[in-house]
Write a protein that binds this ligand. Structure first.
Ligand SMILES: [Cu+2]
Length: 141
């Protein structure tokens, strides 16, 4: 009997805590990182591809070793690199070896583009996770 009473109190407390949590989260709306927290620390950020250029462009051309064209690019810090899938099948742009906090894994449908902004220097190897012979390198200086 004592045990039952105690656990009921605990559950009630949990429900109240949950309700408070839900209430405080519900009001915020929009984006943000909750309570003015730290901005994202990733050195690679997925961005909307800018209209009218300003990007370093890479074509995804096949599921063979040719894969990405050009296969290797060297760009300054804060460059946005744009991959466009010029092939008829789905591919990905997926990191293999990168500096800390630089992970990325983007799916690119046929005819579509994805853009990544590189905000710190480093050597970013990547591949298509569906066709492992497809490899590329972005060097950021
Ligand atoms: Cu692929």
């Amino acid at each position: 009997m004592k045990y039952n009473t105690k656990s009921r109190v605990t559950i009630a407390g949990f429900v109240v805590a949950l309700a408070v949590l839900l209430y405080s989260c519900g009001g915020g709306g929009g984006g943000g990182y909750g309570g003015g927290g730290a901005p994202p620390t990733s050195t690679v950020q997925v961005v909307v591809c800018p209209v009218g250029g300003g990007t370093t462009d890479i074509s995804i051309i096949s599921s063979t070793a040719a894969g990405f064209s050009p296969g290797s690019v060297t760009v300054p810090v804060n460059t946005t690199v744009k991959w466009t899938n010029a092939d008829g099948m789905l591919h990905t742009v997926t990191n293999t070896t990168v500096p800390p906090n630089g992970t990325f894994n983007q799916t690119v449908n046929p005819g579509a583009s994805v853009c990544l902004k590189f905000t710190l220097s480093g050597a970013f190897n990547y591949q298509c996770s569906l066709h492992l012979v497809m490899t590329g390198l972005v060097t950021v200086q």
